[in-house]
Write a protein that binds this ligand. Sequence first.
Ligand SMILES: O=C(O)C1=C[C@@H](OP(=O)(O)O)[C@@H](O)[C@H](O)C1
Ligand SMILES: C=C(OP(=O)(O)O)C(=O)O
Length: 419
Amino acid sequence: MESQITIRPMGKTDLTVTVPGSKSYTHRMLICAALADGLSQVKNGLVSEDTLLTMNALNKMGVSVRNEGGGFWVNGLGGSLGRYEDPIHLGNSGTTLRLMCAVAAMGVGTYTLTGTERMQQRPILDLAQALEQLGVPVETTNGCPPIKIQGTAVKGGKVSINCGVSSQYLSALLLIAPYTQDGMEIAVTEGPVSKPYIDMTVSVMKAMGVEIKRDGHTWFSVPGQSQYQAGEYMVEADASGASYFWGAAAITGATIRVAGTHSASCQGDSRFAYILKSMGCRLDETQEGLAVAGRDLKGITVDMGNMPDVAPTLAVVAAFAKGETRIENVGHLKAKESDRITAVVTELKKMGVQASCTDDSMTIMGGKPEGAVIDTYDDHRIAMSFAVAGLLTPGVVINNPSCVDKSFPNFWEEWEKLY
Ligand SMILES: O=C(O)C1=C[C@@H](OP(=O)(O)O)[C@@H](O)[C@H](O)C1
Ligand SMILES: C=C(OP(=O)(O)O)C(=O)O
C-alpha cells in the first residue's frame, strides 16, 4: 500500500456498507474457546493484525487455533496450557496483552508478554497487582510490559482491582475465573472506564455456559470449577468500524447503512449512532442494519467514557457541526495506541479547526476545516477518523494508511464504495 492516501470528496448519497466482525468479541470468543474442551468455530471472527496476535499467542501456549474460511477454528484444551519460554510479542494490541496475562496465569512455567515500543508505555500495573493478590507471581517493567507471569494453579477467592485506566483488567480476571478452584469475588475499587466492554465479557461468558452474579459494574462473583462449552459462535459486525461510515453520512448528508449493526448490541460503540442523532441526524434501523442519514449538525456536550474508541470519530464530525462540541470523561484515551487526545487535537488544528483539550476532555468548535496532511501515529482510529473529514474537505491526505490493518484490514476497499 502507498505511504499516503488522498481522500476524495464523497460520491454516493445512499448506500449500504459492510464492516468486519467485532474485534472485541473475536478476542473474547477465541480465548473462551481455547479454554473450553473440544472444537469450536468462531464464525465471522475478525481477521486482523490484533486478532491474529491473540490467535498466535494461544497457539504458542499450546492451543490449536486456525484462521480458515472467514473465521476461526479452535481446539480447546479444557483449561490446560503448554509452556512457552521465549517472549511473546503482542504488537500494540492492548486487549490481547491484558487478556492473555490472565490466561498465562493459568499456564505452566513463566511467560513473558511484550509488544511494540508504544505497548511498552501502556499501563498494566493494576492488573499485575490483582493477579498478585490471587497468588500469581508477576513482574512488570515500571508498571508496563514486558510483563513476566508465572503460571500457577490459581485458587481464586476475593480480589480487588482498580479499573480507572482500563476495563480490560477486569475482563481478564473474569475470563479465567471459572477455571479457578474457588471461583472469584471481584470488587472494583475505581471505575471501571469503558463499562460496555465488561458487559460484553459477561455476555460472552454467559453464551458459552458460565453465569455470573454481579452488582452493576462494581462487584462480580464467578463460580469456580466450571467450563466454557465448545460450540459454534457467531461474531456480530464491529460497531467501532461502523462509526466511520456513520460519521461519513453525518457530515455529507448521505444515508449510509452498515450491514449487521443493530441498536440492541452489547457493543457500547453502537450508541455512536444515537450521539449523531442528538446532533441532528436521522436513524433508520431495519433487519439489514442501522443507517444514519446526515442533516445539519449542531454541537453537543457528551460523556464518552463508555465509548472511547469512537471519540476520535466524533471529534472529526464535530469539526463540521454548528457550534461547540465537548467530549468529556475520556482520560483513558491517553493510554491507547497513541495519546488520542493530543493526536486528535493536533491534527484538527492542522486543518484550521479551533480545538483544545484537558487531561480528560476535548473541545471542538465547528466550522469549515481546511485540507491538511494528517499524521496517524501508527493508530488505526486516527487514520479512519480523519478519512471522514476528507469526504467534505478537499486535500485531506492520510499518512501511513496501512495502520488500519490493526482492526479493519479492508477499510480502504470498503471506503471505495462511497464513490
Ligand atoms: O475489552 C475490549 O475489547 C476493549 C476495551 C477498551 O479498552 P479500555 O477498557 O482500556 O478503555 C477499548 O478501548 C478497546 O479497544 C477494546
Ligand atoms: C484501544 C484499542 O485497542 P487495544 O486496547 O486492544 O489496543 C482500539 O482498538 O481502539
